[in-house]
Design a protein around this ligand. Structure first.
Ligand SMILES: [Cu+2]
Length: 174
């Protein structure tokens, strides 16, 4: 029997999915649970294609220094994130739905460690960065998912405006 390359790829991806699903269930970890959101959120950006740097401050008042961000579809942003508080805080990028789901898990298991390209957890006084490319127009949020912080209002909005088209009739995008 001949297996085409496409068939092989499909079954290979299926296998990875099965493995990932089995693993996340078995270990109680939640990594891999958000893969379906990746397309909506964007993807890890390359340092060489950064268009802009945005400073993000996190503090013990359970707020981000800036809670509204505007980016353009396709733009790669380097978030330079500083935890100027004493508590552990984190910057997690995602759809509102994904963040809420993730936060519910964090509330059940506050000590859960997590690390993915769309997030950064920092101890007090630390600085780090997340480079992200926003590939789809729409709305996203960022939030601190440490237990209690999201509920206290430690979140912000990102509006991703559509890529400017040559078509002048579409008007300004909000
Ligand atoms: Cu926090």
């Amino acid at each position: 029997m001949k297996i085409t390359l496409t068939q092989f790829k499909i079954s290979f991806v299926g296998l990875i999915w099965l493995l990932a699903a089995g693993q996340s269930q078995a270990s109680g970890q939640h990594t891999g649970a958000h893969e379906h959101n990746d397309a909506a959120v964007g993807k890890p950006g390359l340092a060489s294609s950064v268009n802009r740097t945005v400073a993000v401050d996190m503090n013990d008042n359970m707020r981000f220094g800036a809670d509204k961000l505007q980016v353009r579809q396709g733009e790669t942003i380097r978030f330079v994130i500083t935890n100027s508080g004493k508590l552990r805080h984190e910057f997690v990028l995602g759809t509102k739905h994904a963040l809420k789901e993730h936060y519910a898990l964090m509330m059940k298991n506050p000590e859960m460690e997590h690390s993915e390209p769309n997030m950064l957890t920092l101890a007090g006084g630390q600085t780090g960065e997340v480079i992200w490319q926003f590939s789809k127009a729409g709305k996203l949020e960022f939030a601190c998912l440490q237990a209690g912080h999201y509920d206290a209002g430690m979140k912000g909005n990102i509006v991703i405006s559509k890529e400017i088209q040559a078509d002048a009739t579409s008007g300004p995008q909000q």
